[in-house]
Design a protein around this ligand. Structure first.
Ligand SMILES: [Zn+2]
Length: 280
């Protein structure tokens, strides 16, 4: 009997301990979901806020041999530590989401694009299941175009703001590489792509300034040209040629539209052109 009572007490104690652990876990989960509040300030919440929005979309290849292996890596890590991306698109076109659009995934690493120096904080990362030297499947590109349409519409990301990992990290990365169909994306309205006939630039045109204007970082010139060649020429090569200059000139003119000719020096307009009353 005595032994029985001890057993019943032990059972009650075990149940109470389980309940305490459950409550603690629920509290921890609630804390994890609660907004961070600064203990230095009095919390006076306002309802007028929204989720932060990305400004850039970054495309990668996984450099792995299957979507399942890539999913495993993107949910654990690689040799450099924990990694992730917002989306993975399989070769069959299946779209997986791993991180919410409003959260910061770990896909970009060091690098800069234009004035963006923390690319992870400013971007959506999309991984494409590809081994790095095979053509991208059309089903995969079709799904990518649907996803880009959704993201640019829903998150208000400009359609030109789509770059490859190597574009902003040219000394470290080579994805999505020269086989990625940037022209097909451009034909669907995505990315920055030269429009109209390509012409020779005017004398004095500075291609390195043009690359900076597009967004390329001021890194090693050979690495930047290699990334530019992958993106705009679908080829390797570390030295600029005449066609590169024409492409850069076209892109520069698209980013900096030519202004109308300067008006003649100021002189008093004829009385018939002078306003009869002050402009409002
Ligand atoms: Zn990458």
């Amino acid at each position: 009997m005595r032994f029985f009572l001890r057993g019943a007490r032990a059972a009650r104690f075990t149940q109470a301990a389980k309940a305490a652990v459950l409550v603690a876990a629920m509290l921890l989960a609630a804390c994890a979901a609660a907004p961070a509040r600064n203990p230095l300030a009095t919390w006076v919440p306002s309802p007028n806020f929204g989720e932060r929005r990305a400004q850039l979309i970054v495309l990668h290849f996984t450099d792995e041999d299957s979507a399942q292996n890539s999913l495993k890596t993107l949910r654990t890590g690689n040799s450099g530590g924990p990694v992730s991306a917002h989306y993975l698109i399989g070769g069959d076109g299946h779209i997986y989401q791993l991180v919410a659009d409003s959260m910061r995934a770990w896909h970009a690493g060091e690098g800069s694009w234009g004035t963006i120096t923390d690319v992870n904080s400013a971007s959506i990362g999309i991984e494409l299941d590809n081994d790095g030297h095979s053509p991208f499947a059309q089903a995969q590109i079709g799904s990518l175009l649907r996803l880009l349409t959704d993201l640019t519409d829903r998150l208000h990301i400009p359609r030109t703001q789509i770059v490859g990992h190597e574009d902003f990290a040219p000394t470290r990365k080579n994805d999505p590489g020269p086989l990625f169909p940037w022209k097909q994306l451009a034909d669907a309205g995505f990315g920055l792509w030269p429009q109209g006939p390509l012409i020779d630039p005017l004398p004095g045109f500075d291609p390195w300034m043009a690359l900076r204007l597009i967004g390329y970082p001021p890194d090693d010139h050979a690495a930047v040209v290699r990334a530019f060649h992958h993106h705009y020429r679908g080829m390797d090569g570390e030295a600029l040629d005449a066609q590169d200059l024409r492409i850069l000139y076209a892109l520069t003119r698209q980013l900096l539209p030519v202004r109308p000719a300067s008006p003649p020096p100021f002189s008093s307009p004829p009385s018939s052109l002078q306003p009869s009353s002050p402009p409002r």
